[in-house]
Design a protein around this ligand. Sequence first.
Ligand SMILES: [Zn+2]
Length: 323
Amino acid sequence: MTREGAMHRRWTVLGLLVLAGLLVAACGQSATPTVQPAAMPSGQRVVVVTSLPIFATMVEAVGGDLVSVSAVLPPGTDPHTYQPAPRDVAKLAQAALVVYNGGDLDPWMERQLEAVGSRARVVALSAGLEPPPGIEAGHEHEHEGTPEAEHEQGVNPHFWLDPDFGIVYVERIAEALAEVDPAHAETYRANAERYSQEIRTFDEWAKGQIATIPPERRKLVTFHDAFPYFAAHYGLELVGVVILSPGREPSPQEVAQLVERIRQEGVPAIFVEPQFNPKLAQTIAQEAGVRVLELYSDAAPAGLDYLGMMRQNVTNVVEGLRG
Ligand SMILES: [Zn+2]
């Protein structure tokens, strides 16, 4: 081979190497998540914003130190009648993942997301869920903006109070985190599996607890209509609710009817919720001659995660009904 020939070959090899390098770089670039604007740069926590604080505790259980989570709804607030504040917009604008329930629990979340123009991954935890067979779980709510305040039966949105659905929520959160932060997908799935197992263990304990209530006393009257799935799961009869929908006070006739029902059915106690003024329930309990205890649905005391809230609910139901 001539000297020129050798030089030519060397340059060709060099050229091929440079080309290969460019190709690798291009492939690397196309693998970076430019199509998913919400995906995480490595080493940063995933910023997650939830509607209710109780969903934030589920995100913490699944995400641990990999996430930074906060809720839009202030603690102890009723989500059904919540009016979004300007600070919510700033919070949502930073989120890589937004988690809310859907249905008429937190409809303001969708409106806020639209207003923000958020490009975050969005998960509606109750999307597509249906009441278990045989459960009447219509949910009365007033149709906003209609002059005749028309009542509509939608699907009751409080699925997470049935631990089987609680597990569905946890799994959905894990899948969403895995999409937003694929580098830690396995960790999210493992955490979700561990937390789901804790929920199953709780559920076994809870069924044992409910079994200690005499069958004729397994009757529930709650403040708002949040417990049809909880009641069905644990074999409790839902006898009535104090308010038919949040923001609507019952008429004196409706109150009298509920008092009568509590007496007739021998309901041992009624349950208030911290996000509502308990005065009316206390009056009803006094007239019916029954105890007042607390249950948690849309708002739980600070420091209680989803499982802690569920345990407290079962403990309070047993205390109120067992006699
Ligand atoms: Zn509710």
